[in-house]
Design a protein around this ligand. Structure first.
Ligand code: 4AZ
Length: 284
């Protein structure tokens, strides 16, 4: 499951480009073993740090080319999941993608609301491990600044926002049902930070993946329900007004006993801290 996530991400989204379905307003609840992402539509003003990663060249124009989420952490700095920008996900190296953009301030992908800003530079976390998804982040430099109001602070190590039980909000334009229903409107779901042991138990290694508490964060509801899903990858998990996670991976969406796995944002803070040595470098 884990190794197929990137392909799983790309397949439904590539298909979505040709789909003309009516946007879903929110995920319906369903039976015991069905997937539910349990979210609700929001206006981007409610989570203005949520931006879309988009390429119309690669993914078609139906949904403005949206293929992943990302987060504004500075006026010209956006973070996303490294796996969103892998050759595997994009079908070519990211620097070949001439029209890679961040879309900010837009609730509905069908609208012209907000700004589309070109990505000037991509820095991959040098410690990203594509096999385990450990350290799943990349830092993007934008060609023009975002409004200051779009920026969210990142939570450093020891921030109480990481405490298990903390309520958090995940937002994105990803699948709202787990069955390939991609909305035009931004959605959000309320989840809770869960103890690392829950994800360690759910993902001990093997087909469903392996959880590493140092670089990953566990969130969701143990009973299943609200969760991130394909197409939300790279997007924000915010608690107490601070960014604590980026949507990274999981096994299905909203399934009982299988929480969502997020990139632990304190790892990004650490990597970006000048005192820690060089900032993350890589292909650009
Ligand atoms: C994905 O493939 C994905 N339910 C993202 C999040 C989750 C599962 C899969 C978590 O992009």
């Amino acid at each position: 499951m884990r190794r197929s996530l990137v392909r799983a991400l790309i397949r439904p989204l590539a298909m979505a480009a040709t789909v003309t379905a009516i946007p879903l307003m929110s995920a319906a609840s369903a039976g015991a073993d069905s997937v539910v992402v349990g979210g609700f539509p929001i206006d981007v003003s409610q989570a203005p740090w949520t931006v879309a990663l988009a390429s119309r060249d690669r993914f078609g124009g139906t949904r403005a080319g949206q293929f992943c989420g990302a987060v504004a952490v500075g006026r010209t700095t956006v973070v996303t999941a490294a796996h969103c920008l892998s050759d595997d996900a994009l079908g070519s190296p990211p620097n070949r993608l001439r029209d890679l953009k961040v879309i900010a301030g837009r609730t509905d992908l069908l609208s012209q609301q907000g700004d589309e800003i070109a990505v000037r530079k991509i820095r991959f976390n040098p410690a990203y491990d594509a096999t385990t998804h450990s350290g799943d982040f990349a830092v993007l430099e934008l060609a023009a600044p975002l409004p200051q109001g779009a920026v969210v602070a990142m939570a450093d190590t020891g921030d109480p926002a990481y405490a298990p039980g903390t309520q958090a909000l995940v937002s994105g334009w990803g699948d709202t049902t787990g069955a390939g229903s991609y909305p035009y409107r931004l959605h959000a779901a309320r989840v809770r930070v869960l103890p690392d042991e829950m994800c360690a138990r759910a993902f001990p290694g093997g087909p469903d993946g392996s959880y590493r508490a140092e670089t990953m964060l566990c969130a969701g509801e143990l009973a299943g329900g609200p969760d991130a899903c394909q197409g939300d990858s790279g997007g924000p998990l915010v608690a107490r007004g601070r960014l604590i996670g980026l949507v990274s991976w999981g096994s299905g969406c909203g399934r009982p006993g299988l929480p969502g796995v997020y990139t632990r944002v304190s790892e990004i803070v650490r990597a970006l801290r000048p005192a820690d040595g060089a900032p993350p470098s890589g292909r650009s």
